[in-house]
Every structure is written in C-alpha cells, then in structure tokens.
Design a protein around this ligand. Structure first.
Ligand SMILES: NC(=O)C1=CN([C@@H]2O[C@H](COP(=O)(O)OP(=O)(O)OC[C@H]3O[C@@H](n4cnc5c(N)ncnc54)[C@H](O)[C@@H]3O)[C@@H](O)[C@H]2O)C=CC1
Ligand SMILES: O=C([O-])CC(=O)C(=O)O
Length: 325
C-alpha cells in the first residue's frame, strides 16, 4: 500500500486529482493539505467506497503532519495563469510556495517521491532539488516535473488530424521543458508510427507547445487546465505505483539529468548540451528513475526545436536554482 500526500488539494487540479487517486486501490492513505477549504474536500472524498483512508490538513502549521509517512508527494499548490500571462509570470508567487513545501518534504519525508505540477515547472523542479540538496537529502531519481499533460495532449491532437489513430494507445515522446517552445514533441518517434505531412508536423507541434494557452483563453480568467491535468498527474502517479510492483512503465518527465548520468549523455548529444534538467522518457521502478530511455535520432525540424528550447530552458533553470542558492 502506498501513502500519498497532495499539497494544494483543494484547488482546481487538487480536487479531481485527489478523486482519481482515491480510485486507485494501491493507495492506502490519502493526505490532503491546503491553506483553504480542504476539510470539506476530504469529507466529501472520504465517502467514496474504496479502501484508502482520507485525512485533511488545513494551514501551514499542519504541513509536517500532512507529510508524515508519505511515499509520494504531489504538488499542485500555487496560482494558475490568466489570459496574457506566461508560466514564467507565475514564478514570483509560486517559487516561494514550492520552496516552503520542499523544506517540509526535506524535514519530514526526505525519501518520498516528489511530483511537481506547480508552474513554471521548468523552474519549480530546480527549486525543489536545490532545497533537498541544501538539507543533504537530494536523490535525483525521486524528483519529477509532471509533463504528462504534454504527452496526453500530443497523442490526442494527433487523433484530431488522423481520426483512425487510437489516441490512448499512441505514445509520443515529448522532451525539453514545460512551457511554449521549450516543449519539444518528437513526432518522428510516435508509436505506433504515423504518417504526417510537414505542414501537419508544424501545426501539431505548435498546438502541443501552446495547448495550455487554448485552455487559459477558453477559461477566460477562471484559470488554466485542471481536469486534463488531474488526469495526466494521476496517470503519472499510477505509473509510478505500478512500477513499484515491478511493471515495466515508461513516462516522459522533467528531471535532473543526474538521475542517470550514463544515458544523459545521449540526451546531451541530441542537443541538450550541459543543461542540468530536461524532460525525457524514463523507465520507472522501485527507486524512481531506473533509466533514461535512449531516444532515436531526431529529425532536422526536431533538432531545430531542441536548439530553440535549450535557450529558454537554460534561463528558467538558472532562475530556479538562484532563487534557492
Ligand atoms: N504541470 C502542468 O502541466 C500544469 C501545471 N499547472 C499549474 O498547477 C498549479 C495549480 O493550478 P490550479 O489547481 O488550477 O490552481 P488553483 O488556484 O485552482 O489551486 C491551487 C491551490 O493551491 C493552494 N495553495 C496556494 N498556496 C498554497 C500553499 N502555500 N500551500 C498549500 N496550498 C496552497 C490554493 O489554496 C489552491 O487551493 C498552477 O501553478 C498551474 O499553473 C496547471 C496545469 C498544468
Ligand atoms: O497553461 C498553463 O498555464 C497550465 C499548464 O501548464 C498547461 O495547461 O500545460
């Protein structure tokens, strides 16, 4: 049985994510933490007749209790975008929120697997890693930026163009980061293979990179993706939980490349250069990242996209790292 703590559980992502986690029978304890409204969310969820027990923790003085015994900590705490904002505009508020939560993790459950959803993921993951380093408890195999929504969108958007594709069974490696042109879908490596024209490749790539903006615009001031994000985060958490019991599971995720220095060199040779963090497909296991899955050679179009991504990503990583150091 796995103990999961959700930090920011009363929010737009936190609520449906907690519901989806409540339906996973491998979850024994589900701890919900927020600074508002969380007792009601927990009371509501606790009536769902799966075997896990739900607990609620309201306010920062309860953070330690919320993290006690956690195997997996999922962080959707923080503010979402409004139209006209970039994810980087969220740094001002979310960097401090994520830093304080990471301190709690370092002190209370340093061995937990940490799944970071709060934006800007390109910077919040370095923040979590730097805090864990400060406390001497950093394990690069255990901290994940959740980029699953990019992968979910990629397989769905391909079906919008080629209707006989089974979206659920289609896997698209998406590498780089999680914002605009730092998101690099490798459409040349879609499995099962699909035939796309150059124009389709350009259009689908752009849509995956800016899919978040579609939702922000449609919600018109009421936030960003929450339901598809909850689905994506629960898919990642479920994959990790499956991997604990020996299943072969591969998911792309934004990690410190120190998690697998040997295979990191393959990613570096693809164009990631000396970046410390990059989204890559990883094989998950009992230790978290078991290995970075080697990627096939990329197309010219993808190589150019990686080049563009690296510049922006590098700035985001420096911002996150400097914030803590
Ligand atoms: N990684 C990804 O692919 C995606 C990331 N996001 C990001 O997820 C974050 C959350 O989005 P939503 O759930 O829509 O926002 P929301 O505003 O609906 O919910 C955020 C929750 O965090 C809570 N919170 C704020 N400060 C906190 C603290 N110090 N400790 C604990 N909880 C705290 C709030 O009370 C609220 O309940 C945003 O930063 C958003 O940009 C959103 C979609 C996709
Ligand atoms: O667009 C946003 O701000 C939220 C997000 O990360 C996404 O939907 O991919």
């Amino acid at each position: 049985m796995v103990n999961v703590s959700v930090l920011g559980a009363a929010g737009g992502i936190g609520q449906p994510l907690s519901l989806l986690l409540k339906t996973n029978e491998q979850v024994g304890v589900l701890k919900l933490y927020d600074i508002v409204n969380v007792p009601g969310v927990a009371a509501d969820l606790s009536h769902v007749n799966t075997n896990s027990t739900v607990y609620s923790y309201l306010g920062s003085e309860k953070l330690g209790e919320a993290l006690e015994g956690a195997d997996i900590v999922i962080i959707p705490a923080g503010v979402p975008r409004k139209p006209g904002m970039t994810r980087d505009d969220l740094f001002k508020i979310n960097a401090g929120i994520v830093r304080d939560l990471a301190v709690g993790i370092a002190k209370t459950c340093p061995k937990a697997f940490v799944l970071v959803i709060s934006n800007p993921v390109n910077s919040t993951v370095p923040i979590v890693c730097e805090i864990l380093k400060k406390y001497g408890v950093f394990d690069p195999k255990r901290v994940f930026g959740v980029t699953t929504l990019d992968v979910v969108r990629a397989s769905r958007f391909i079906r919008d163009v080629i209707p006989d594709v089974d979206s659920f069974a289609t896997s698209v490696p998406v590498i780089g980061g999680h914002s605009g042109n730092t998101i690099v879908p490798l459409l040349s490596a879609v499995q099962p293979k699909v035939q796309l024209t150059e124009t389709q490749i350009e259009e689908i790539t752009h849509r995956i990179q800016f899919g978040g903006d579609e939702v922000v615009k449609a919600k018109d001031g009421a936030g960003s993706a929450t339901l598809s994000m909850a689905y994506a985060a629960s898919r990642f958490a479920n994959s990790l939980i499956k991997a604990f019991s020996g299943a072969l599971v591969i998911e792309p995720t934004y990690i410190s490349l120190d998690a697998d220095p040997k295979n990191a060199s393959i990613v570096r040779n693809l164009g990631a250069g000396d970046l410390q963090y990059f989204a890559v497909p990883v094989r998950l296991g009992t230790n978290g990242v078991e290995e970075i899955v080697p990627l096939p050679p990329v197309s010219k179009f993808e190589a150019k996209a990686i080049e563009v991504a690296v510049g922006a990503l590098s700035e985001n990583i420096v911002a996150g790292t400097k914030f803590v150091q």
